[in-house]
Ligand binder design. Structure first.
Ligand SMILES: *Cc1c(COP(=O)(O)O)cnc(C)c1O
Ligand code: SF4
Length: 335
């Protein structure tokens, strides 16, 4: 007899992996055989603590404090330095919310910040100072957000974002999908998620079944900055998403000391293609307080784009963009 699994009580493997994520700088450095005493790091950051899944740590090179994956998550003393022009809310997103948690800045597209939670804490993240407690539509504002979406028939695409929308349990995603199915002008559902990259366990049979049953066209935009982030488990997860009928795109952030090299970006595009993903955006960093040490100048970024364009087929060249508070789309910086 096949044992029956009680779906409501069974803890999915991805949630177990998530609970086991590394949350201390000392443990992370110990796992990587890096001497914490000799390293210039910041041990604690209460507002935005270290968080990194163990599978992601396994893709870092032991002993290398400059590893490009480690640099994305390791808190450094540079974060405390004040830089003019680097602000807590550089995009003034609070101004573009008709309902708390619902951003409607661009024509035809609206974005829901479903949760503030992420499986990984990226040090350059522009949402690190974001007021999620007040801006979570599923905690009290879901009905208003759905009313707004239903009333604005010009919105053809709904973007689920966060934080990371796939941090929500399947029951919440399933309930949201049922509510959205009643809004026929929403033809495309897009997910902005880093989970297939940092926690590929998330792409399990229940998620794939949910995606496969959605009445909308589905686009998943993952977030991968460096080719070393793509290991065989990630490739398998991405292939399963493609098999479920999802269109897969990637967005990266251009980061000094991590991926701001022509060869790295070429390898990234090629590794993405091998996993069935096309590059979409290469973002210039949002000027958020604490992230100035990751910034690449616009002129250096454009020079990188010239090299990529010379080396890659057009469909593997991402669009270099910057987000501006008052521009009705991502602002193109190249050509
Ligand atoms: C980035 C973003 C989008 C999506 O922009 P695309 O150019 O369609 O990828 C939509 N709404 C908001 C508020 C955004 O920040
Ligand atoms: S996964 Fe995305 S939203 Fe979450 S911390 Fe990283 S960059 Fe920010």
């Amino acid at each position: 007899m096949i044992p029956r699994i009680d779906k409501s009580r069974h803890t999915p493997a991805w949630q177990t992996a998530l609970m086991q994520a590394v949350g201390s700088v000392d443990e992370l450095l110990c796992l990587l055989h890096i001497d914490a005493a000799k390293s210039d790091i910041r041990r604690f950051s209460r507002d935005f603590p270290l968080r990194v899944p163990r599978g992601f740590v396994a893709r870092m090179e032991p002993g290398n404090i400059h590893d490009p994956l480690l640099r994305q998550v390791l808190p450094l003393p540079e974060e405390d330095r004040q830089h003019t022009g680097f602000l807590p809310d550089p995009l003034r997103e609070a101004d573009a919310m008709p309902v708390p948690g619902l951003l409607h800045k661009y024509r035809g597209r609206a974005l829901l910040t479903l949760t503030g939670a992420c499986a990984i804490h990226c040090r350059y993240c522009f949402r690190r100072h974001f007021p999620y407690a007040e801006a979570n539509p599923l905690s009290g504002n879901q009905a208003r957000a759905l009313e707004y979406l239903a009333a604005h028939t010009g919105i053809r695409e709904l973007i689920l974002s966060g934080g990371d929308p796939l941090m929500l349990p399947d029951t919440r995603l399933e309930a949201l999908a049922r509510a959205l199915a009643g809004i026929p002008h929403l033809q495309t559902l897009r997910l902005h998620t880093r989970l297939p990259i940092v926690l590929p366990e998330r792409v399990d049979s229940r998620l794939l079944a949910w995606l496969g049953e959605l009445p909308q066209r589905v686009v998943v935009v993952v977030h991968c900055n460096h080719p070393n982030e793509i290991d065989p488990a990630v490739v398998t997860a991405l292939r399963k998403l493609a098999q479920a009928g999802v269109l897969l795109l990637n967005q990266s952030v251009l980061l000094k000391g991590i991926n701001a090299e022509t060869d790295t970006l070429i390898h990234l595009s090629e590794a993405l293609l091998a996993a069935g993903v096309l590059p979409y955006y290469l973002h210039q960093l949002d000027r958020v307080q604490g992230a100035a040490h990751f910034e690449v100048s616009d002129s250096a970024a454009r020079a990188l784009m010239d090299s990529l364009h010379a080396a890659l087929p057009g469909y593997l060249v991402p669009r270099l963009v910057r987000e501006l508070p008052d521009y009705p789309g991502k602002y193109p910086l190249w050509p």
